[in-house]
Ligand binder design. Structure first.
Ligand SMILES: *[C@@H]1O[C@H](CO)[C@@H](O)[C@H](O)[C@H]1NC(C)=O
Ligand SMILES: *[C@@H]1O[C@H](CO)[C@@H](O)[C@H](O)[C@H]1NC(C)=O
Ligand SMILES: *[C@@H]1O[C@H](CO)[C@@H](O)[C@H](O)[C@H]1NC(C)=O
Ligand SMILES: *[C@@H]1O[C@H](CO)[C@@H](O)[C@H](O)[C@H]1NC(C)=O
Ligand SMILES: *[C@@H]1O[C@H](CO)[C@@H](O)[C@H](O)[C@H]1NC(C)=O
Ligand SMILES: *[C@@H]1O[C@H](CO)[C@@H](O)[C@H](O)[C@H]1NC(C)=O
Length: 343
């Protein structure tokens, strides 16, 4: 009996000890929106704590910072043949975690020249530096996965979202929802998932979309031009005031509506690993943005020659989306509604 008590206390003490020692297995980083509408990671690096805004890249990438690294107190460790440039190691502040990361200062001739980015994309070359892999190698995270959410597309609000590297923040998941592993689109090596051409505007079928990707560098939902034209025709038929002018996104492209009250949900099905469909519903509040003049910008952009649907980060207001580095596939769930942006 007494021995049992001692045993219990010992076990308890051990549990307590192991928990004091246990490292957090999530690195949570804040996100802001840049002037060009990219999601950016504000961080500090090197012994001089140089401030820098890094793009979260999920395609062809490596950790790169185009700015003199020796001034920031980073340590030169060689050359990087993948990027083309000098290779450094430095301490980075990633949320509450301070950790070493490798990165390259790209040469003028490098295709990465001018870029400042952390790489979250596929690894196919041993010289690539990838933040997820480097945190995993150092034992800071236990799974090579990361999860992204935003609560606004209003750049002036400052911090509008987060990336959780390692494991998801469970309190961001809507009650009763669970994380769903999506299928990887087999003909595409990068992060992607198949869709079954079930794209709809309200009840209007648009019969479009075989391949779906998530985009962290744009808030726009990009779909085929015929699908955009069908939506515009529907706006006309319903007497909703709009302005539309085709151009490039950061220059003369214009798609505004006077009011979002009569706009419909946009929906599509993506395919889970168990072959069941997962319906993504994009509400008017999520695919529009209120302008200074009281009108609403519509965050839809037409693709000319494509079968692809590119879901910009505006949808991360309603969905919490994970990326699995090893399989280049997505994980998705509905977001809890506590943080939803209000109009
Ligand atoms: C940085 O690169 C060196 C050489 O490739 C490697 O030994 C080291 O583990 C890397 N450090 C981190 C933090 O990934
Ligand atoms: C998880 O999300 C909740 C709700 O946004 C937030 O209050 C909490 O700080 C987050 N936890 C971590 C570890 O980031
Ligand atoms: C796509 O999947 C949904 C859900 O199973 C189904 O209702 C719809 O008919 C499918 N669409 C096409 C075009 O196969
Ligand atoms: C749009 O989608 C939301 C969220 O799924 C739902 O609550 C709402 O009823 C839908 N609106 C319409 C008009 O179907
Ligand atoms: C964006 O946020 C700023 C600062 O809070 C606010 O003044 C502005 O009205 C917001 N813009 C929109 C379109 O909600
Ligand atoms: C938006 O999200 C960020 C990061 O997750 C958080 O710090 C902020 O408080 C949230 N804002 C609102 C209005 O929920």
């Amino acid at each position: 009996m007494r021995q049992n008590k001692i045993c219990q206390s010992l076990t308890f003490a051990l549990l307590l000890l192991s928990c004091i020692n246990c490292t957090p297995d999530t690195v949570s980083i804040s996100l802001k929106i840049s002037e060009l509408d990219y999601l950016i990671i504000p961080t500090k690096y090197g012994s001089s704590q140089c401030e820098v805004n890094l793009l979260p890249l999920i395609d062809y990438c490596s950790n790169v910072i185009t700015q003199p690294a020796n001034n920031c107190g980073a340590t030169l460790i060689g050359e990087n043949s993948f990027v083309g440039g000098k290779q450094y190691i430095a301490k980075f502040q990633l949320g509450k975690v301070e950790t070493n990361l490798n990165f390259t200062n790209p040469d003028v001739k490098s295709s990465f020249y001018r870029e400042k980015a952390l790489c979250f994309g596929e690894i196919f070359n041993p010289s690539q530096d990838n933040v997820v892999e480097e945190l995993y190698q150092q034992g800071i995270i236990k799974e090579q996965k990361f999860y992204v959410q935003v609560n606004s597309t209003n750049a002036t609000l400052g911090v509008i979202g987060s990336i959780e590297i390692g494991s998801p923040n469970l309190s961001l998941i809507k009650r009763g929802s669970k994380l769903v592993n999506l299928k990887h689109y087999s003909q595409n090596s990068a992060y992607s998932t198949p869709s079954n051409r079930s794209l709809k505007y309200g009840k209007l079928p648009l019969n479009y979309g075989d391949l779906v990707t998530f985009d962290l560098l744009s808030p726009y939902i990009k779909i085929g031009i015929f699908a955009v034209n069908s939506i515009i025709q529907q706006l006309q038929e319903e007497g909703i005031g709009y302005q539309y002018h085709y151009g490039t996104i950061n220059e003369d492209y214009l798609f505004n509506v006077d009011s979002i009250e009569k706009l419909q949900n946009i929906s599509l099905n993506v395919i889970a690993q168990d072959e069941t469909p997962f319906t993504i519903t994009i509400k008017p509040q999520d695919y529009t943005r209120k302008l200074q003049n009281g009108k609403y910008q519509v965050l839809l952009y037409p693709l000319m020659y494509n079968i692809q649907i590119n879901l910009g980060y505006s949808i991360l207001q309603s969905y919490y989306v994970g990326f699995d580095l090893a399989t280049q596939s997505y994980i998705i769930t509905e977001k809890s509604e506590i943080n939803v942006d209000q109009f």
